[in-house]
Design a protein around this ligand. Structure first.
Ligand SMILES: Cc1cc2nc3c(=O)[nH]c(=O)nc-3n(C[C@H](O)[C@H](O)[C@H](O)COP(=O)(O)OP(=O)(O)OC[C@H]3O[C@@H](n4cnc5c(N)ncnc54)[C@H](O)[C@@H]3O)c2cc1C
Length: 419
């Protein structure tokens, strides 16, 4: 059995683990820190971020873009505003470029360049990576952590948990991090997937692949909870697209726990507006006009000058008007059609577990860790950072920002306490 002794063991080599390890090594010197990673390589999820482009942060970083434990959000975001992230990236040699909605990407447009820079920083600072390391147990003995796998035992003064969440198991994510930290006394806030597509009762096979600019509104027991807009992607199982991802957190919470933001709810619906720039009356007027233009055609054609043809057909179908001649449409029919464009209704029925989710809501909260240091309140020298914490951000670079910011806070706290 090989034995290793280090100052700090970082468990998990994603965005937060690599950042925390480099920072610890900067503080304590070469050979002080190692990363324990269960996969063959570190940073696999990071490579997939932003469709391979890595949306690393956002110029609009603020607490409102985060959900979960408000003390943790406040502590990390106030310690680590967007300027600090820009400075940190500059220190790694990464130039940045801002795009729409404040989204910030590496100038190279490649996630792999960010990962390479994080890895180089680790190796320059003398961080050792132990990959393919499956932790069998982690215990505290005589004030030290003892981490064992089949072949190795690591003794560490400090441990930083940076094991991420279960979102996207195809990238190697699982719940092993939660299981290990539970063994050290942590209790997590119930978790559920967030930033995911939604499965709906109403499915329209012919809409598969259709994309439309529009607005989605989440209704809980008939009351509007949240409205987002952007590109909506219709799929054969339901709805996808960034604006749908942004309401999925509430939907998944409801489907899993029967609540939205902790409030008991009995019914949830999604209303899609595919003509958000037009009022109901303007659409009625437009359809009245089209009724004359397309008088020889079927109602399925009526919207085809405004929206995707397949969507036009589906809206007519939903109103029970498919096949009816435009010339015979009544005033009531026109109103029904205009209503369906403004309120194309969907009922979420299930979530796709973590398979398609980008992040997980829930996790380790401020009951377990001190928000100012991210150290466990009852287990000295145990720290938590990244997505394992009970914080999830909106789409747009907020999650990686939190991962890096919380890692620097945890590593800095060790340095502050020890030095
Ligand atoms: C497809 C996709 C696209 C995304 N795009 C963006 C984006 O553009 N912008 C953005 O801000 N966010 C994005 N996210 C979210 C973002 O990737 C995560 O929030 C972020 O990676 C979390 O970092 P982390 O270090 O906490 O966890 P991770 O990056 O998940 O890293 C955790 C690491 O710990 C390892 N590990 C887990 N358990 C153990 C164990 N028991 N022993 C040893 N090692 C373990 C894992 O293998 C992994 O390497 C995206 C997510 C996905 C899935």
């Amino acid at each position: 059995m090989e034995i290793r002794k280090v100052n700090t063991a970082v468990i998990g080599g994603g965005a937060s683990g690599l950042t925390a390890a480099a920072e610890c090594s900067r503080i304590f010197g070469k050979g002080s820190t190692l990363i324990i990673e269960k996969q063959q390589k570190t940073g696999r999820k990071l490579l997939a971020t932003g469709n391979g482009r890595c949306n690393i942060t956002n110029s609009g970083i603020s607490e409102e873009h985060y959900h979960g434990d408000s003390s943790l959000i406040h502590s990390v975001i106030s310690h680590f505003p967007v300027e600090a992230m820009k400075e940190h990236m500059r220190s790694l040699g990464i130039l940045l470029r801002e795009e729409s909605e404040g989204r910030i990407y590496p100038y190279s447009n490649q996630a792999s360049t960010v990962l390479d820079a994080m890895r180089s920083e680790c190796s320059r600072r003398g961080v050792e990576e132990l990959c393919n390391f499956y932790i069998n147990s982690i215990k505290r003995e005589k004030g030290k952590f003892v981490i064992t796998s089949q072949e190795k035992t690591v003794y560490a003064e400090n441990v930083i948990f940076a094991t991420g969440s279960q979102a996207s198991p195809s990238l190697g994510a699982d719940d092993s991090g939660y299981r290990l930290i539970r063994g050290l006394g942590a209790e997590e806030v119930p978790f559920f997937p967030a930033l995911s597509p939604i499965y709906t009762k109403q499915t329209y096979k012919n809409l598969k692949g259709v994309r439309a600019k529009g607005q989605v509104t989440l209704l809980a027991d008939g009351t509007r909870i949240r409205t987002t807009s952007g590109e909506i992607q219709f799929t054969d199982y339901g709805l996808s697209g960034i604006c749908v991802f942004e309401i999925s957190r509430d939907i998944n919470e409801f489907l899993m726990l029967g609540t939205v933001s902790g409030r008991k709810i009995s019914d949830i619906k999604v209303s899609v507006d595919v003509m958000q720039e037009y009022s109901f009356q303007e659409i009625c007027d437009y359809l009245d006009y089209c009724k004359e233009v397309f008088c020889e055609d079927k109602a399925d054609m009526l919207f085809s000058g405004a929206v995707n043809k397949k969507l036009s057909q589906t809206l007519a179908l939903c109103c029970g008007l498919s096949g009816k001649h435009c010339r015979s449409l009544t005033r009531q029919d026109i109103k029904k059609l205009a209503g369906s464009a403004k309120n194309f209704m969907f009922t979420p029925i299930r979530y796709d577990a973590y398979k398609t989710a980008q992040v997980s809501a829930g996790g380790i909260g401020s009951d377990f860790v001190d928000p100012d240091t991210l150290m466990a309140k009852r287990v000295k020298n145990l720290y938590v950072c990244g997505e394992l914490l009970d914080v999830d951000g909106d789409c747009g670079g907020f999650n990686l920002h939190f991962a890096v910011g919380s890692a620097l806070l945890a590593a800095g706290s060790i340095g502050f306490r020890v030095l």
